[in-house]
Design a protein around this ligand. Structure first.
Ligand code: NAG
Ligand code: NAG
Length: 186
């Protein structure tokens, strides 16, 4: 099943507005629709690790595409666990397995995941002055959200990568969370 991928959406919105290259890319990938937030049943949305819960009545934009790829495609990196019992939910979509948080694996937003076409391929993630190679094992769903299948979390942005590779990028634990990076096929 697809990951529960969450993000601190405000930071992303600000960076989308401030970064003009993002704005021009955004024009090439239009929203596919909107969903209206429903209130999660008590205890159903876990807000640990900066997870967002859908707000009742709020409209969330969905995307079936992601911005076009370049040699340094900008994306927003968030923390997720790919382990059994971790915050990512069920086993990974590509291989139906769990992955240790010590292995560099990554989930891509729907357009870049592109119907499993990048499954088990490696990508290079660059940020914080370092690079790390990670294997694509899952999708971050930017087309759906706010239901039990998505842990009552909003759909993720279309520029989203979800990883447990913060250590490899040299980012200290107190800064794990949202981070602007670039990535490319390895
Ligand atoms: C929060 O993240 C930590 C570190 O990855 C993980 O051990 C913990 O299970 C996460 N909490 C939830 C509720 O997912
Ligand atoms: C991706 O990298 C892993 C670890 O280095 C390697 O085992 C695997 O064969 C690579 N996959 C591809 C498709 O190159």
């Amino acid at each position: 099943m697809k990951k529960f991928c969450s993000e601190a959406s405000l930071i992303l919105l600000v960076s989308l507005i401030l970064t003009s290259s993002f704005a021009s890319e955004a024009q090439k990938c239009r929203p596919s629709g909107r969903i209206r937030g429903k209130k999660a049943p008590a205890g159903e949305c876990n807000q640990e690790n900066d997870s967002d819960c859908c707000i009742e009545g709020k409209l969330y934009t969905t995307y079936e595409c992601s911005p076009p790829m370049s040699t340094h495609t900008k994306a927003y990196l968030t923390l997720n666990s790919f382990e059994k019992g971790g915050d990512g939910g069920g086993p990974s979509e590509c291989d139906n397995q769990y992955h240790s948080d010590d292995t560099p694996v990554v989930a891509l937003s729907t357009g870049w995941f592109n119907h499993k076409s990048r499954c088990l391929h490696n990508i290079t993630i660059s940020g914080n002055g370092r690079s790390v190679v990670a294997m694509v094992v899952d999708e971050c769903d930017s087309t759906k959200g706010c239901d039990a299948d998505h842990d009552y979390q909003p759909p993720v942005s279309y520029t989203h990568l979800d990883v447990a590779v913060w250590k490899a990028l040299g980012v200290p634990p107190n800064e794990w969370g949202g981070f602007d990076i670039t990535w490319s096929d390895a």
